[in-house]
Ligand binder design. Structure first.
Ligand SMILES: C[S@@+](CC[C@H](N)C(=O)[O-])C[C@H]1O[C@@H](n2cnc3c(N)ncnc32)[C@H](O)[C@@H]1O
Length: 263
C-alpha cells in the first residue's frame, strides 16, 4: 500500500462505524441521485456476478443482491467491512466481502480474473489516491464484454473547491433569489480534506480530477463510454439548509458513467 493510501485509509477506519450508522441503507443523496442511475446503467441480469468496489457498509451490495446478483464486494477499511458483514446477514448467500485496497494490483487480481459480468464503484473514485491501478486491472477482472459503472461527485460542479452561492436582490420591487455554483479551480488534479457527512469524526481526503484526468486511465485500458447520467434533486422548498443541493435542480452534484470494452 502506498503511504498516501495508508493515511487515507486511517480516516475511513475512524469514520466507518459513525458513517455506517448515519448512512444506513442509503441517505437522500444515495437513494435519489446515485442508486437509480447506477442501477439503470448496470442493468443487472439475474445471477450476474458483480464486483462492488469500495463498498462502504455494503448498502449497494445488498441492493444488487436483492436484484438477483452474486456480489463480491470490497473496501480497504476493515471497520466498514465489519459493518457490511453485520448488516448483510440476510444476504449471506449472495455477498462475499473482502478487505482489499483498490490501489494494489495483486490484491485486486486475487478477487478473480475473468470472473465478473460487471463492476461498480459508487461515490469512491474521488476518495482514491490512485485510480490507474484499478483501471488497468478491471479488464482482467471482467469477463469479455463486461461493464464498469461508476458514480462520483460531479467533478465540474461538486468538487472540493466549488462553492454553492446564493444571491438575493430587490429587483424593481420584487425580491429575487438566484443560486449558482462557483468554479474556482478545475483542470489541475489536487487533494484536499473534506466532509462527506456533517459531524463525521475526522475529515476524509478528496482527490479531485478533471473529467479528462478521471477518464484517461479507463480509456487507455480500452474502455469506451456507453452510458452517462447526471443527476440533481428536484426543487425542495422545505429543504433545511438554504444552500442545500435540493435548491439546485439544474446543477447535478452526481455523475454516473458506464464503460465497456469490446469483446
Ligand atoms: C463515500 S464512501 C462510498 C461507499 C459506498 N460505495 C457507498 O456508496 O455507500 C467511499 C469509500 O471508498 C473507500 N475507499 C477509498 N479508497 C479506497 C481504496 N484505495 N481501496 C478500497 N476502498 C477505498 C472508503 O473506505 C469508503 O468506504
Amino acid at each position: 500500500m502506498t503511504c498516501e493510501s495508508s493515511s487515507v485509509r486511517k480516516a475511513w477506519e475512524t469514520n466507518a462505524r459513525w458513517w455506517s450508522d448515519r448512512f444506513g441503507e442509503g441517505n437522500d443523496f444515495h437513494l435519489q441521485l446515485v442508486a437509480p442511475p447506477v442501477e439503470r446503467l448496470l442493468d443487472i441480469a439475474p445471477e450476474a456476478r458483480v464486483l462492488d468496489i469500495a463498498c462502504g457498509n455494503g448498502a449497494f451490495s445488498r441492493r444488487l443482491a436483492d436484484l438477483g446478483a452474486q456480489v463480491t464486494a470490497f473496501d480497504f477499511s476493515f471497520p466498514f467491512i465489519e459493518c457490511a458483514r453485520e448488516l448483510s446477514s440476510a444476504h449471506a448467500e449472495r455477498i462475499r466481502y473482502h478487505v482489499t485496497d483498490a490501489t494494489r494490483e495483486s490484491d485486486l487480481l486475487a478477487l478473480g480474473t475473468g470472473s465478473f459480468d460487471a463492476a461498480v464503484s459508487n461515490m469512491a473514485l474521488m476518495d482514491m489516491s490512485d485510480i490507474s491501478v484499478l483501471a488497468s486491472c478491471l479488464p482482467k477482472l471482467l469477463k469479455p464484454g463486461g461493464r464498469f459503472v461508476f458514480s462520483i461527485m460531479h467533478p465540474c460542479f461538486n468538487n472540493p473547491d466549488s462553492r454553492l452561492c446564493m444571491e438575493h436582490e430587490d429587483r424593481e420591487g420584487k425580491l429575487r433569489i438566484t443560486r449558482s455554483v462557483k468554479a474556482v479551480r478545475y483542470l489541475t488534479s489536487y487533494s484536499a480534506q473534506g466532509i462527506g457527512i456533517p459531524g463525521q469524526p475526522v475529515p476524509q481526503t478528496y482527490f479531485h480530477r478533471s473529467l479528462q484526468d478521471l477518464l484517461a486511465p479507463f480509456l487507455a485500458a480500452g474502455f469506451a463510454i456507453t452510458g452517462l447520467e447526471e443527476t440533481a434533486f428536484r426543487e425542495n422548498a422545505d429543504a433545511r439548509h438554504v444552500l442545500s443541493w435540493d435548491h439546485y435542480p439544474e446543477i447535478p452534484p452526481v455523475l454516473a458513467v458506464r464503460m465497456e470494452r469490446g469483446t
